[in-house]
Design a protein around this ligand. Structure first.
Ligand code: SAH
Length: 281
C-alpha cells in the first residue's frame, strides 16, 4: 500500500505536458503531496538552483534532471532557453516537471512560463509550493500577522525590471504591517534609506532569514536603522528573506528551529576575517 494517502483527484501528468511545480524553500518535508506525485511521474525535471538536493532525490530515478538555475545577478540560463527546453521536451511527448523554489507564482516567473506554454498549445498544470515568506517566518518563529502588531502582509521584491524605485514607499512605510522582501540582500542600504525617508520608524525590527528551513538556516535580527550594517557584519548571503515590521522582534522569543537569532554586533566589530572568507567561498 502506498504510504501516501490518495489525492482527491489523482495527479495526472499526461505525456507531452508540463507541470509547473513549487518545491518549497528547501526542506523536502514542505513539498505538497501533488508535488511529490508530479516528481514521481516526471520523465524530465527542469529545476532551479534554489531547489534543494533533498527534493531532487524524490524525483523518479529514471527522470532526466536538468539544472536551469538562475539567481539574481547570475543568470546561468536565459529565460528564452528555459522556454525552449520545456517546449522541446513536451513536443517529444515527455512528462515534464518545471520545478521552482518556493511557489511558482511568487517571484518565480511562473506566469511567463505558462503564457509561453499556452501560446504553443502545450497542456500544463500548476502545483503551488510553500513560498519563502511563509516558510522563513514559520522556521524563524515570526508570525507574519499578529493581532497586537500587524494586520497586513506585503510580499515584495527588491529585484525587478524597474528596481526598487518603482515601489510605493509611502504605503510601505506605514506601521502595523509586515513586509516580506525577496531578493533584497544586495539592496539593503537602498531599502533602509527609502523606508526611513518615507517615515518608517528607525527602531522598526527586522529579521533576515538566510537559508530558511534548511539545516544551515541563520536568522539575523536588528532594527531598520542598523539593517545594512548588521547584515554586513554577519555576512548575510543569498538566499535570504527580509522580514520587516513589529512582528520581526518576536523571533527572539519564539524561535524554535536551528540556532538562536543573531543580533547586531557592537559597533566597529565584524565576524573574524577567516569566517567571512569561509562563508563567501
Ligand atoms: N518562487 C520563490 C521565490 C524566488 S525569488 C518563492 O516562492 O519562495 C528568490 C528569493 O526567494 C531569494 O532571493 C530569497 O529572497 C527568497 N528565498 C527563496 N528560498 C529561500 C530560503 N530557503 N531562505 C530564504 N530566502 C529564500
Amino acid at each position: 500500500m502506498s504510504p501516501i494517502p490518495p489525492a482527491a483527484t489523482p495527479f495526472d501528468l499526461p505525456p507531452g505536458s508540463v507541470a509547473l511545480v513549487g518545491a518549497g524553500p528547501g526542506d523536502p518535508g514542505l513539498l505538497t503531496l501533488n508535488a511529490l506525485r508530479a516528481l514521481e511521474a516526471a520523465e524530465v525535471v527542469l529545476y532551479d538552483r534554489l531547489v534543494g538536493p533533498g527534493v531532487l532525490a524524490l524525483a523518479n530515478p529514471q527522470a532526466r534532471l536538468v539544472e536551469v538555475g538562475k539567481s539574481a545577478g547570475n543568470h546561468s540560463m536565459p529565460q528564452e532557453q528555459i522556454h525552449a527546453l520545456m517546449l522541446e521536451h513536451a513536443r517529444a511527448g515527455r512528462r515534464v516537471v518545471r520545478l521552482k523554489g518556493g511557489d511558482p507564482f511568487v517571484f518565480g516567473r511562473g506566469g511567463e512560463e505558462i503564457e509561453y506554454l499556452r501560446a504553443h498549445g502545450i497542456a500544463y498544470r500548476v502545483v503551488p509550493g510553500v513560498t519563502a515568506a511563509l516558510a522563513c517566518a514559520a522556521y524563524a518563529g515570526i508570525p507574519l500577522t499578529h493581532r497586537d502588531h500587524s494586520q497586513s502582509l506585503r510580499l515584495l521584491t527588491a529585484h525587478s525590471r524597474d528596481g526598487v524605485d518603482a515601489l510605493d514607499w509611502e504605503a510601505l512605510a506605514q506601521e502595523r504591517q509586515t513586509l516580506a522582501i525577496y531578493m533584497g540582500v544586495g539592496a539593503l542600504e537602498h531599502l533602509r534609506e527609502r523606508l526611513l525617508a518615507a517615515g518608517r520608524d528607525p527602531s522598526t525590527p527586522f529579521a533576515l532569514v538566510e537559508n530558511g528551513s534548511r539545516p544551515e538556516q541563520r536568522v539575523v535580527t536588528g532594527t531598520l536603522d542598523d539593517l545594512a550594517d548588521t547584515a554586513r557584519a554577519h555576512a548575510v548571503a543569498s538566499p535570504a528573506l527580509l522580514i520587516l515590521g513589529e512582528v520581526a522582534a518576536l523571533a527572539t522569543q519564539l524561535h524554535w528551529f536551528g540556532a538562536a537569532p543573531l543580533g547586531p554586533l557592537p559597533a566597529g566589530t565584524a565576524l573574524p576575517a577567516e569566517q567571512l572568507l569561509a562563508r563567501a567561498a
